[in-house]
Design a binder for this molecule. Structure first.
Ligand SMILES: NC(=O)c1ccc[n+]([C@@H]2O[C@H](COP(=O)([O-])OP(=O)(O)OC[C@H]3O[C@@H](n4cnc5c(N)ncnc54)[C@H](O)[C@@H]3O)[C@@H](O)[C@H]2O)c1
Ligand SMILES: O=C(O)C(=O)C[C@@H](O)[C@H](O)[C@H](O)COP(=O)(O)O
Ligand SMILES: [Zn+2]
Length: 356
């Protein structure tokens, strides 16, 4: 006898949360909690976080620093510590660090006992303007970047620019790359504002963080699970993830790879007559103002191209690129011809070959 049983799920409960851009407030947690961090951030700032957190029991889980440790092995390590400390389903994790810590803590929280709460306390510019918001969590594996993960929204995000006082300039610039991404895709006025303001000035920085977070929140509110417009946040990333993977994680910072990747995406848009050379030049100049790389020596365009098909925007052997049509206006370029993509990649090979 064949039977058919259906499960009719209610609309998933809303997971609204607030993103606070202000001095770190008191964080009160009902149950047990664990702060996940790395030795560098802990050494610099843990005392200040500890003074703000009030939990029934509070543990600290420290993992090694760097993109190279954004792995499944490290997730196992975090989970083991949570079991050691007898955390339970009502416990909360606190991600205290940059995007690597945020992505990993969020992923561990999404699978620990099938999902527990977590809070983001981002300490790099990149994680304040982008990574801590929107609930994308995950790890890299030998196939590529962020290929395993989950959408798991934090309960709250606390952005405090105080932490950034100790951030090295190179990491600061990497964060600016994601700010520029947001402006090029969604907001021509913001882009123009960025051209005429120095983000090293505290007030300008706070304004840029606020505008980036607002733009990102608007996109995530509309399309949490990247069925459509959220893919626009991937501008430059289809190239960036290959750069990060091919050059060895950590060689290029994520934001640096995104900067070079946006220049490549712009070149593809120009190849298709979608974007002007003048506007591409403006994007390049803004990135260079912060010392970000706008070139990358592609050794083998064919293997670089093949790697695109591991991107999460690739389906049925077709790849979608996010490109600008103008500053502030995005377009999804679906399945462009291989010959034209290779032509663009070849140009990057040639340009850098001439320089070296
Ligand atoms: N989930 C998302 O939506 C999203 C968005 C963008 C990027 N990401 C991911 O985020 C990661 C990049 O994040 P990142 O740029 O923050 O890198 P990161 O987390 O590696 O941090 C950069 C470096 O700065 C150090 N650091 C952190 N805070 C500091 C502080 N206040 N002072 C001094 N040093 C400090 C870190 O220890 C590290 O060495 C990548 O893995 C990327 O894929 C995720
Ligand atoms: O939040 C998003 O959506 C983004 O795409 C933000 C990106 O800056 C971030 O690097 C993200 O992790 C890339 O997305 P992925 O799905 O390609 O890993
Ligand atoms: Zn990114």
């Amino acid at each position: 006898m064949r039977m058919k049983v259906s499960i009719t799920l209610p609309t998933p409960p809303s997971r609204d949360y607030e993103i606070t851009i202000d001095t770190l407030p008191k964080i009160t947690i009902d149950g047990k909690a664990a702060i996940v961090t790395n030795p560098k951030v802990a050494g610099l700032h843990l005392h200040r976080l500890l003074a703000a957190v009030d939990a029934k029991e509070l543990y600290i889980v420290t993992i090694p620093d760097g993109e190279n440790y954004k792995t499944m092995e490290m997730i196992e390590f975090i989970l083991d510590r949570l079991f050691d400390h007898r955390l339970d389903r009502k416990s909360t994790l606190i991600a205290f660090g940059g995007g690597v810590i945020g992505d990993m803590t969020g992923f561990a929280a999404s699978i620990f006992q099938r999902g527990i709460d977590f809070i983001q306390v981002p300490t790099t510019l990149l994680s304040q303007v982008d990574a801590s918001v929107g609930g994308k969590t995950g790890i890299n594996n030998r196939f590529g970047k962020n290929l395993v993960g989950a959408f798991h929204q934090p309960r709250a995000v606390y952005i405090d620019t105080f932490w950034l006082k100790t951030l090295p300039e190179r990491e600061f610039a990497a964060g600016v790359a994601e700010i520029v991404k947001m402006a090029v895709m969604f907001d021509a006025d913001f882009f123009q504002w960025l051209e005429s303001h120095d983000l090293h000035e505290e007030e300008n920085l706070k304004e840029a963080i606020r505008r980036s977070v607002e733009l990102k929140a608007r996109v995530v509110n509309e399309d949490e699970k990247e069925k459509g417009i959220r893919a626009v946040l991937n501008y430059g990333h289809t190239f960036a993830h290959v750069i990060e993977n091919f050059s060895g994680y950590g060689t290029y910072l994520h934001g640096e790879a995104v900067a070079a990747g946006m220049v490549m995406a712009n070149a593809l848009a120009i190849e298709y007559g979608l974007f002007s050379m003048e506007e591409a030049e403006r994007v390049k100049s803004l990135l260079e103002k912060y010392g970000l790389p706008t070139e990358y020596a592609i050794e083998d365009p064919e293997s670089f191209y093949d790697q695109f098909f591991l991107d999460k925007k690739s389906h049925d052997n077709k790849i979608t690129f996010i490109v600008p049509k103008a500053i502030g206006v995005w377009k999804m370029l679906v399945n462009p011809e291989k010959t034209r993509i290779i032509k663009v990649l070849e140009a990057f090979k040639k340009e850098t070959a001439v320089e070296s």
